[in-house]
Design a protein around this ligand. Structure first.
Ligand SMILES: [Fe+2]
Length: 281
């Protein structure tokens, strides 16, 4: 494999981390268990004060903290939100994040934030639309940037490319990294009927700088990406498949609904760390 995106920017694997969620603002900074790094949703920390500021300050003293947004709206028809990007840049600088990320989707329409991350049509027009927006965000924030593959429940009309080809064209033409959500790959593969391993093989894996793992809810007709439970065995096994091809990658457990005890989330992070320790660089 030629020089990876992570190598080009000196982004060494951080290990296994969890998200700094409100439930853990007081307990996480004091934990004696191993936590390698943390992820924050920047929208929760753009206006600081009170509990959130105290928690963030305590955590940045102990760990690397990486912002992972939902509000950039990189693929939506609205212009980039100047105020949001300005405040994101300030947050990235404040926590001295080595990189930051958001989703390859749209999340805002007519100035209104949608409470969902909607997929883009998988076609060249969408690639051409997104690429200069990614380049503008990277220029404004001044750090390496990763796009995440979202989960989706219907394909946008007008698609002409395979999903993996779409991701590849955006990442290569924008020259950004990928945040590979392995649970999203699994959920999409089940809902849309494709082989998740073939999908992984078709990705530009040399651009994967971070991995997400999460739980989902299975219904008779559909699997919903809820982040509301432990990682299932199929996703662990797909994670191992990815790591065998990428080597160790910074990995994060996402648990955002029905949040259990901190110990239960850290148990999942331990499991990811154990797998990371088994793969060769
Ligand atoms: Fe994710």
């Amino acid at each position: 494999m030629s020089e990876s995106y992570a190598q080009r920017y000196g982004l060494n694997p951080l290990g296994s981390g969890i998200g700094l969620r409100r439930d853990f603002y007081e307990t996480l900074p004091l934990t004696e268990r191993t936590v390698d790094w943390l992820e924050i949703i920047p929208e929760n920390f753009l206006s600081l004060g009170g509990r959130s500021q105290r928690a963030l300050d305590a955590c940045t003293e102990r760990w690397k903290v990486l912002p992972h947004g939902v509000g950039l709206n990189i693929g939506g028809p609205d212009p980039l939100d100047e105020d949001y990007v300005t405040r994101l840049e300030a947050l990235v600088r404040r926590v001295d994040a080595p990189f930051f990320s958001d989703h390859l989707c749209y999340s805002r329409l007519g100035g209104v934030y949608l409470h969902d991350l909607l997929p883009l049509p998988f076609n060249e027009e969408a690639v051409e639309y997104v690429v200069p927006r990614v380049r503008e965000v990277v220029a404004r924030v001044g750090r390496p940037f990763l796009l995440e593959n979202p989960s989706y429940y219907a394909r946008m009309p007008g698609g002409t490319l395979a999903e993996a080809t779409f991701l590849r064209h955006v990442a290569e033409q924008a020259d950004c990294g990928l945040l590979l959500d392995v649970n999203n790959v699994y959920v999409n593969s089940q809902n849309h009927g494709y082989d998740p391993r073939a999908f992984v093989d078709a990705l530009p894996l040399e651009r994967v700088v971070q991995i997400h793992l999460a739980g989902h809810d299975r219904y008779p007709e559909v699997i919903i990406d809820t982040h509301g439970g432990p990682v299932c065995n199929d996703v662990w096994s797909l994670y191992r498949y990815v790591l065998e091809r990428t080597g160790p990658v910074s990995t994060l457990i996402e648990w955002d609904q029905d949040i259990p005890s901190l110990e239960a989330v850290l148990d999942q992070a331990d499991q990811a760390r154990a797998l990371l320790s088994e793969v060769k660089r």
